[in-house]
Design a protein around this ligand. Structure first.
Ligand code: SF4
Length: 378
């Protein structure tokens, strides 16, 4: 059986490099009853991937490339439900991965009562994290200041979603996903609104509607830092269980290039928001996406991460992934990434921050980051 540390390292390698899937094999697998595709082309979280389980059940959101130049890890034959992943560079088997099947409600005949295909409302991430971008537009994208890694408006452009979702649609999809055992918690995300509440009021309405029907369903929301911190209390009161306030990039100079719109929000505002969120949501329920791959030195990255952890915030460290069809973003060396994760996990233990206690959302799902795997294995 795969031990925890080896699974952590292999998962990190796949997060950094992704997998090469030969397009010509898709039909071959389909004939074996296995539906494998290149994944979603827009929305929340890294794009163009599918979810796989290692033999020890660690989950990975793996990019699937149709270009062999992109990854040394090649998807090979499926034996007893596991794809063999071959490491082309070292000429050895890398790992065995089981594809997580898409839920049945993705079929076009599943529609909400107002006639929208359910797949356009929410998708299953990982095994059982129902996820939705409740508002698919972002003020920064509109004025050319969008984050370079974000594809929030792509799914609108390719008609795979609708601009805004309401709680009635959401509860109907929750019911369908629950029937299949695919909704134990939720990740709700949103583009940033131009308004002063940054979209908090939209969340509040949706959270109340969902919690009214599913009071025990843990819900995670993701929002920009707010000037008016009382919205954080209102979001909790409305039913959010965990919150992500995402810095995304640690270095201010790099922030200005990669997240030009968001970079105008000072770091201090993040600190104020994280502190309030920790008071309101409690220990281990506040997180921040932190992406690697933009050229910070690993030492600086760890220093920045320690600041975040010392406040009590879980750093959801993730190697940035290029958006299919757009200019390639840099990749992170997997060895450096393993070192970063290991140090961050040790720091979390020192500061008493435990990602395994997160009730909902990305930290609980863990598909896009090895932070939980590192925490478990050191
Ligand atoms: S961690 Fe899980 S819920 Fe969050 S974006 Fe990745 S796959 Fe989706």
């Amino acid at each position: 059986m795969l031990d925890k540390y080896t699974a952590f390292v292999k998962k990190t390698e796949i997060l950094c490099k992704g997998l090469y899937l030969d397009e010509n094999l898709i039909n071959h697998y389909r004939n074996q009853g296995i539906e494998i595709s290149y994944g979603r082309k827009g929305g929340a979280g890294p794009l163009g991937g599918r979810y796989f389980l290692f033999e020890n059940h660690a989950i990975v959101n793996a990019a699937l490339w149709n270009d062999p130049q992109k990854s040394d890890f090649v998807v090979k034959e499926n034996i007893d439900g596991y794809f063999k992943i071959y490491d082309n560079q070292n000429k050895i088997e890398h790992s065995k991965l089981k594809l997580v099947q898409n839920p049945n409600y993705y079929s076009p005949e599943y529609k909400t009562t107002d006639g929208i295909p359910m797949k356009k409302i929410a998708l299953v991430h990982g095994i059982d994290c129902l996820s939705s971008t409740i508002y698919q537009k972002c003020v920064y994208q509109g004025c050319g200041e969008g984050c370079k890694f974000c594809g929030i408006e792509l799914s609108l452009e390719n008609d795979s979603t609708i601009e805004e979702k309401n709680h009635t649609q959401m509860t109907e999809v929750i019911a369908a996903a629950k029937k299949e055992g695919r909704c134990s918690h939720m990740t709700l995300t949103s583009g940033t609104d131009e308004s002063i509440d940054k979209g908090a009021n939209r969340y509040i309405e949706l959270l109340k509607g969902v919690k009214n029907k599913y009071p025990n369903l843990p819900l995670h929301i993701q929002i920009e830092p707010l000037e008016d911190l009382s919205y954080i209390n209102e979001l909790k009161d409305a039913g959010a269980d965990t919150i992500g306030i995402h810095l995304e990039v640690l270095d201010q100079h790099i922030r200005e290039i990669i997240t030009p719109g968001k970079s105008r929000m000072p770091y201090d505002l993040y600190v104020k928001n994280w502190e309030r969120a920790l008071e309101v949501f409690g220990k281990n329920q506040v997180s921040s996406y932190v992406l690697t791959g933009f050229g910070e030195s690993p030492d600086d990255f760890i220093l920045g991460t320690e600041k975040v952890i010392s406040l009590g915030v879980i750093p959801f460290i993730t190697p940035v992934r290029s958006i299919p069809g757009r200019k390639d973003l840099p990749t992170t060396n997997p060895n450096v990434m393993v070192e970063i994760y290991s140090k961050a996990a040790k720091l979390m233990k020192e500061y008493g921050v435990n990602p395994l206690k997160s009730k909902a959302g990305c930290v609980r799902c863990g598909g896009c980051s090895s932070i939980n795997d590192a925490y478990k294995s050191i």
